[in-house]
Design a protein around this ligand. Sequence first.
Ligand code: ATP
Ligand code: MG
Length: 440
Amino acid sequence: MTKPPILVVEDDSSVRTTITTFLELEGYTVDAVASTGAAIEKLAGHSYPLVLSDIYIDERTGLDVLNAAKKSNPACAVIMMTGRGTMETVMAATRGGAFDYIAKPFDLDTLLETVRKAEASMAPAEDEDDDDEVLPSSEMIGSSAEMVQIYKTISRVAPTDATVMIEGETGTGKEMIARMIHHNSPRAAHPFVPVDCGSIPASLLESELFGAMRGSYTGADRDRVGVFEAAHRGTVFLDEIGDIDGTFQLKLLRFLQEKEVRPLGASKAKPVDVRIVAATNRDMKKLVDEGVFREDLWFRLNVVPLQLPPLRERRGDVALLARTFLRRYNDRYHQTTVLLDSGLRALEDYTWPGNVRQLQHMVERLSILAPQGRISDEAVRDAIADSQFNEADGETLAETEKEQIRRVMAAANNNKSRAAKILGIERKTLYRKLEKMGLS
Ligand SMILES: Nc1ncnc2c1ncn2[C@@H]1O[C@H](COP(=O)(O)OP(=O)(O)OP(=O)(O)O)[C@@H](O)[C@H]1O
Ligand SMILES: [Mg+2]
């Protein structure tokens, strides 16, 4: 069997030579280049089945190589070599479909093993058993320049104890980023505790976070451990931080200064060791300017700011997100729905006010409902129109809608909350419709 040619992209010349020599001795044909630019040029004129690329090469990254490789040959197996820290691993795993990644320094046997695995994956498979190609759903997807910048920042701050402030519209992945920071920090083995500051009444926030002694307020029938104490040595994620009131802002400020908690009704304070990651979808600068949010607290929180761009400002990620989600839902619902080019263009054209979350739901819905299992531009436009479905004209229940509801209910195993989500309607609306259909 002839071995496929391999493109090696590596800026360190000694590493490049070692890999090249080794692979050539193993009988491969190797083209080696030292820069992203040279790699992309090669890929434009030549379709490689296998590419081996460093992640950080120059001002552009291995992800640019990955994109170019996939563009010239969608079946191309790209192996990423990662050098620094742990985040590269995450980034590589965030892959625009990278086959695998190996951490440097690696031994040549590991390299060979990975290359062979990639080769084996290229052999025409009898059964479509590509389960382990499916990304775990906790993985951040996106390889646009904007996202790569975010990954880089995370890789630098995750290992530290610095407070991180994540700003971004709804559905841009703020909570995912917060978890990623935690998982890539030395605190990973300790708790990650999210607190939705926006939905906890101001009167309860204090005991929730700092704890309370038995009898300290009506209804406190036993001691209550606060989040900061429970998360000792871990990370506390303060979500919707822009929503906390003035009194609590002051308490939080004190806590950040002293790093100790005094539960309600307790006489003594105790030290706790937690890292804070906060997030908001409000315009914090404006809240500070208007005097709604304390500036001193803002400075304490905004040590490392992370601005998550809305999806419409990184449309390049739509294709990758849509394909990955489609694969996930095809798997889950045992379908083989395909995304047509026209469908992808329609997805890329949309403005996504609900960002990645909305795209994800839309793809889930399309995976089940696209006519003939083909997602065309028309299917996308219909789905978008339906998701903005106005309840006022919900009086006439068209046959097609009934059919949709039946299919979604079946795919969701009759789980009504799930079905409502896929249909993009409220659960009680679905109940009403099911009732009318005699299916409740
Ligand atoms: N880059 C991404 N890759 C994969 N999934 C993503 C990405 N960004 C967001 N998601 C998905 O979108 C949904 C929303 O993400 P998340 O909860 O992190 O957003 P958020 O910014 O906290 O939103 P909100 O402001 O509404 O709380 C999740 O289901 C998550 O899986
Ligand atoms: Mg959130």
